[in-house]
Design a protein around this ligand. Structure first.
Ligand code: GLC
Length: 427
């Protein structure tokens, strides 16, 4: 009931899921609570490691399951944090959020000083806001081009290195397969919905075409340029040709759904889809591999993602919560998540761990992809990032759905971003 005072539709739906989860657990009222997204089998595996933690320590931990979309999660977390709720002790936070919600989170610098040096320093830096370490890394993310080895072999095609090659191969294989009766097959699926995921995909198109990073590290607005226009035009041409018309509503899980039922030649997605794609109930088990995303002429570009663990300043169980965070970020749990959920560890040593590499062979190669991944402009835009990203994904979505030309949309976006920059909430 306490929650319902904060009510909105999203909140209500989150709580319903949460109660359902809690009711099937044996946790007592002094349980530490963690709120976390629910992509793929994230919740199931988190529950497995937390049950082990409870057995080892006697400390109960309760999971509040959030939606899969990072945009939805962010909206809800902001409501809870602004309301200073003590109901959630630990928040699983996206890599882009530290400057925006850092002041609601506990400074972990001291408490984790014995382990923070074990993680990639770039991630620790990204989670440091105003000199305060506000989250401990859980896993990092850098996307891949998933491709069907069986189909490329059948049609004697190589793994594409450019977006144009990818589109040509996809179209050719689609046409041949359709003619042979495999009419459900699409060429390429990605995240085209109007949300943060589209910012990630579109940043890759723009950067790999030489069109910059939307807003550069020095804070200048660069998005309105001919290479960026070309990149977005390229993506708009995919919709309804080699990508389903419905791709403009897809997030990660919808793309994976098409892919995992065997109905796409290529997919852009994060590493989590690798393990799931090789599960027993997957139609593409053993029939795919991954490669770096194609280039648009200026090299391959992968957006940097990832999730971290933060303790709420409003938690009444901060000490217990920090202990849970340290356990989840530990080598033991990260190794389990790498092997069972193909999550990229934030501990460098796990990239040469034989058991990890046996389960996810591409991780050896992915270390470089992660190290060169392009950050979204969350550091230069500080507290304005969400607003900036929303304007960007909306501008791109308008082009993908045909309601605006790329040229007009990016010119309009530049005006909006300039207004935000010059406003009070600007950077
Ligand atoms: C993945 C990334 C995250 C990103 C999100 C976008 O979960 O790890 O950083 O914001 O995808 O959908």
């Amino acid at each position: 009931m306490k929650y319902l005072k904060l009510s909105n539709i999203l909140l209500t739906s989150v709580i319903v899921i949460s109660v359902a989860l809690v009711s099937c657990q044996k946790f007592g009222s002094d349980a530490v609570s963690i709120a976390t997204g629910s992509t793929g089998n994230d919740i199931e595996l988190l529950r497995t490691v937390l049950e082990e933690y409870t057995t080892e320590t006697g400390q109960a931990v309760e999971i509040t399951s959030m939606p899969s979309s990072t945009t939805d999660i962010f909206g809800q977390f902001k409501i809870w944090l602004n309301a200073k709720t003590s109901e959630i002790d630990i928040y699983q936070v996206d890599v882009i959020w530290a400057p925006q919600i850092g002041n609601h989170l506990v400074d972990l610098t001291e408490a984790v000083s014995d382990v923070s040096g074990d993680h990639f320093s770039s991630i620790i830096e990204s989670q440091t806001s105003n000199g305060r370490l506000v989250a401990l890394p859980f896993f990092t993310d850098a996307p891949a081009l998933y491709y069907r080895t069986d189909l490329l072999d059948k049609y004697n095609e190589n793994v594409p290195e450019t977006w144009d090659e990818m589109a040509l191969i996809a179209e050719y294989i689609m046409d041949e397969e359709h003619a042979a009766g495999n009419t459900e097959l699409w060429g390429f699926v990605f995240q085209g919905n109007s949300y943060e995921g589209l910012t990630c995909d579109a940043l890759e198109w723009v950067k790999s075409h030489g069109g910059g990073q939307i807003i550069e590290p020095d804070g200048s607005i660069s998005i309105n340029n001919p290479d960026a226009v070309r990149a977005i035009e390229f993506a708009a041409d995919l919709v309804g040709t080699i990508s389903p018309p419905g791709v403009t509503t897809y997030q990660e899980e919808e793309a994976r759904g098409i892919w995992q039922t065997g109905n796409a030649v290529f997919m852009r997605n994060w590493p989590y889809a690798y393990g799931l794609g090789n599960s027993d109930d997957s139609a593409v088990k053993g029939k795919f591999d991954v490669a770096p995303l194609p280039s648009g002429g200026a090299g391959s570009a992968a957006t940097l993602g990832g999730w971290n663990l933060a303790v709420s300043k409003y938690s009444e169980k901060q000490e217990a919560a920090i202990d849970v965070v340290k356990y989840l970020a530990s080598k033991k749990v990260q190794k389990f998540m790498a092997i069972n959920n193909s999550k990229l560890p934030t501990l460098p040593e796990l990239y040469s761990d034989p058991e990890v590499l046996k389960a996810v062979p591409f991780f050896a190669e992915w270390l470089d992809v992660f190290k060169q991944a392009v950050p979204r402009p969350s550091a230069p835009t500080k507290t304005a990032y969400n607003e900036v990203s929303k304007e960007f994904w909306t501008a791109v979505h308008n082009v993908l759905t045909g309601s605006s030309s790329a040229k007009d949309s990016l010119a309009n976006l530049e005006r909006k971003l300039t207004d935000i920059k010059e406003s009070e909430s600007g950077w």
